[in-house]
Ligand binder design. Structure first.
Ligand SMILES: [Zn+2]
Length: 320
């Protein structure tokens, strides 16, 4: 089918002639129409969005998705803060309740914070940068995981110590170092400040003194290991330090003979030495110290002063 021919009146020839429109003319006319419609559409778009502040359906859906994400992020942050609070409560209980029961050192905040120096706090409302909030949320959760890991390791240690509780009961220095039920043994000096027996100057006495005859058996007061055997001419004389674990050590000083070697395991009630008068001593006695977490404490708080001779004998007789 051919396109219908157009005729145009020619005033010069006074005749109707076939009117031909060149391709160029046709094209440029189409282009102008295209341009005009383009300008009109942009105009409408501008009026719609900028002048009347209306939104296109796509912008509306992106905006609502964004609001939804922001809400989820805020919820996540709230849950995170709750988890962080619970963990902090656990850490405090661990440091001040669980670990001290078994004589374990508390875990420092530096270690607990996994080297991050605490969690960053920020206000959700103040911040405009959502991706910034997301990044810091992810980082905080990472820190929380690390802290939780450290806490769970600490609980593992505590659980292990709890299993060892029976052993701990045997290790704590819980009997006197000599048979105090015998009349020949005298309590001669308390733990605490007292005038020095040589200089009369008030000085801290870091243990208790129990006097008796030279050669009287001296017993380990709890299970442990011989940590130090030494001689201190101007002080303790012949002495032994026993490491009982769980933070406890004991020292026995001014001894005559030492019958155990370094590194040897000893049981509560096992004889380790004999009473003497070596070092800075004014008469035969044993100077006995209980050291808990590297500080001397009053040994009287650790043993029963009214122990009967039979009881002590039962405790110190070789077993098995
Ligand atoms: Zn003393």
């Amino acid at each position: 089918m051919s396109t219908p021919k157009r005729y145009k009146f020619n005033p010069e020839t006074l005749a109707y002639e076939i009117h031909k429109i060149s391709m160029k003319a046709r094209f440029s006319k189409g282009f102008v129409v295209f341009l005009v419609s383009l300008v009109v559409s942009f105009g409408y778009y501008f009026i719609y969005t900028d002048y009347f502040k209306m939104e296109t359906p796509k912008m509306l859906s992106i905006r609502s998705a964004n609001v939804e994400l922001a809400n989820k992020l805020e919820l996540l942050n709230r849950r995170f803060e709750e988890a962080n609070r619970s963990l902090t409560a656990l850490q405090i209980r661990d440091n001040y309740v669980y670990r001290p029961i078994f004589g374990m050192e508390e875990i420092s905040q530096d270690v607990r914070n996994a080297g991050f120096g605490g969690v960053n706090r920020y206000s959700y409302l103040e911040s405009v940068d959502k991706s910034g909030i997301l990044t810091s949320t992810v980082m905080n959760i990472d820190v929380l995981y690390k802290k939780a890991y450290i806490q769970s390791r600490s609980f593992d240690d505590v659980a292990q110590q709890a299993k060892n509780a029976d052993e701990m009961a045997l290790c704590v220095p819980a009997i006197p170092p000599v048979n105090i039920a015998m009349r020949k043994i005298k309590f001669s000096c308390n733990f605490g400040y007292r005038p020095d027996p040589f200089t009369r100057v008030y000085k801290m006495h870091t243990g208790i003194d129990l006097s008796g005859p030279i050669g009287e058996p001296i017993y380990a007061t709890g299970n442990g290991k011989i940590m130090e055997v030494g001689f201190d001419f101007f002080g303790y004389g012949n002495y032994i330090i026993v490491d009982h674990g769980f933070g406890y050590k004991t020292r026995y000083a001014h001894l005559k003979n030492i019958i155990v070697n370094m590194g040897r395991s000893v049981r509560r009630g096992e004889q380790i030495a004999t009473m003497g008068n070596t070092g800075r001593s004014t008469g035969p006695h044993v100077h006995y110290e209980v050291i808990y977490k590297n500080r001397t404490v009053d040994p009287l708080n650790y043993y029963n002063r009214d122990i009967a001779a039979g009881e002590f004998k039962a405790l110190t007789e070789p077993k098995g």
